[in-house]
Design a protein around this ligand. Structure first.
Ligand code: ADP
Length: 485
């Protein structure tokens, strides 16, 4: 029998993306289909999403969804069922999904995503005839209120549904002041320590974690790390109290989108057996970035430029990287100060450091195909996808030993090299010294072509598809549905 899951999220490729969340939400329907699970994705009706739908069918209308008119429309996303909350007052805005065109978060994000959660809970509760679900899967704080509404204000007579709360990044918790509680349409009892109240205000992620039948994070290491204040960021107590209800399921990658043997965005396609062909991509990347062409290592970065990603530390050691004969091609966007810092470094090191700010999916593929090593000095990393793309593309990951980075890269220490299993370079602690040492170690390994090729081949031989994790989610869904029956 097919299990029907409503997956509630604020992003999904190919319609709207600001980070890894979108890749994962977009991949889940295909990953779960082989396991007898049909996933329907619910997204907010941002302008790009509405435009992709054309003239959609209306399934339900709310005259006032937390005060504003809204309707639910149906479409498809990569051939899988899609529902969209068309609520112009909340979502028909320029700028990004969460911020205005100047990059400042919208002041009413709490209300936008509470309305989204209210709609999801109504849908899960059966307001659309003929649409029934066995389970609700909420992603990150933007979807978390769904589970709070299902718990405290469900549709009358709706049977209880199990809910999964997936945390893609603990740093984003969706907190708003106490005065917002009155606007949520929740009963008074929801304002409690085990409800939505958090530090004297409303905590959306917290509320979702308290209400969920199970909490998942996107790697096993991160599931353990968030029991600790450094990574739990205030929510560690809840993580610990939910104990065995917390699971770590590693993200996969979309191997149809990320296949160096078939990637049409590349100058040359290649495989682990035909690694020589990869060089054409390196040469093309040097030209594209205006870098010198030489035989030294070409380090690359594809990242949000933020403190989480350790980009400030990287900026501080660039002179060392260049001094070792390395070059850097960076694609990223984020903090204005970091963007300016990297542009200044590029001006200081013409031909050695080059920077593209902005968001460019195709370029991110060319970078993974042409770079020798991808630098990922994250202070914390719930899973991380860029190291997985690097592994698949023979771009050796150089990563901080944290979260999903620790789980997916095998450090090239002596034992791993001797056993022939190493896939990258790991380092401990995101400090200038540790990153400098890792860059030095990478450069030394790069200058031993046989060893370097072994790292590349081992990475490319790994299975980063959704096969295993798709089954893990299906098993978890199955258990939770059984439990409630
Ligand atoms: P996070 O979700 O924390 O940003 P992940 O590594 O999980 O980090 O996912 C980042 C995703 O966004 C990857 O698919 C990566 O390739 C992509 N990405 C990040 N920055 C850019 C950019 N400037 N241009 C294109 N793709 C980017």
């Amino acid at each position: 029998m097919t299990l029907r899951v409503l997956s509630v999220a604020s992003e999904a490729v190919p319609l709207v993306k600001t980070g890894g969340l979108a890749d994962v939400v977009g991949a889940l329907p295909a990953a779960l289909a082989p396991h007898g699970v049909e996933i329907t994705t619910l997204l907010p009706g941002y302008p790009a999403v509405m435009a992709a739908l054309g003239k959609p069918r209306t399934l339900h209308s709310w005259p006032a969804l937390l005060g504003e008119p809204a309707r639910l429309v149906a479409g498809k996303i990569d051939g899988h069922p899609l529902l969209v909350l068309d609520a112009p007052a909340y979502f028909a805005r320029g700028g990004g999904p969460y911020a205005d065109p100047s990059g400042r978060d919208w002041g009413d994000n709490w209300r936008r995503f509470a309305a989204f959660g209210r709609a999801a809970a109504d849908l899960a509760g059966g307001v659309v005839k003929g649409r029934r679900y066995d389970l609700v899967h909420a992603h990150d704080w933007q979807a978390a209120m769904t589970l709070a509404y299902l718990r405290f204000a469900p549709v009358a007579d709706a049977p209880p549904l199990p809910g999964v709360m997936t945390i893609h990044n603990m740093a984003f918790q969706g907190w708003s002041g106490a005065e917002t509680f009155a606007g949520l349409g929740l009963p008074r009892e929801a304002w409690s320590m085990h409800g939505v109240e958090y530090h004297g205000g409303v905590g959306a992620l917290k509320a979702g974690m308290e209400a969920a039948s199970a909490i998942t994070t996107v790697s096993p290491s991160y599931a353990t790390e968030i029991r600790d204040p450094q990574f739990g960021m205030g929510l560690e107590g809840i993580v610990v109290s939910r104990g065995e209800r917390v699971h770590g399921i590693l993200n996969g990658i979309d191997t149809a989108q990320w296949d160096p043997a078939a990637d049409t965005t590349l100058a040359a396609r290649f495989t682990a057996r035909k690694l020589d062909k990869r060089l054409a991509n390196k040469r093309a990347l040097e030209v594209e970035f205006g870098l010198d062409a030489d035989d030294g290592p070409l380090f690359v970065v594809v990242s949000r430029l933020t403190w989480q990603k350790g980009m400030d530390v990287l900026l501080g050691v660039l002179d060392h990287l260049v001094g070792l004969g390395g070059r850097l091609a960076l694609l990223g966007s984020g903090d204005a100060a970091l963007e300016a810092g990297f542009h200044a470094a590029a001006a200081r090191h013409p031909g050695r450091v080059a920077v593209r700010t902005g968001y460019d999916e195709a370029l991110s593929h060319r970078i993974q195909a042409g770079g020798d090593a991808i630098l990922i000095p994250s202070r914390f990393e719930p899973c991380g996808l860029t190291q997985l793309y690097g592994l698949a593309y023979g771009c050796v990951p150089v990563v901080a030993r944290t979260g999903g980075l620790a789980d997916t890269v095998i450090d090239a220490n002596v034992a791993a090299l001797q056993a022939g299993v190493a896939t990258g370079i790991q380092f401990d602690g995101v400090t200038p010294n540790a990153l400098t040492a890792a860059i030095s170690r990478s450069t030394a390994l790069f200058r031993q072509p046989e060893l370097w090729r072994q790292l590349q081949r081992n990475g490319m031989a790994g299975d980063f598809s959704w096969a295993r994790s798709g089954k893990a989610y299906a098993d978890l869904y199955g258990q939770l549905v059984e439990e409630i029956r």
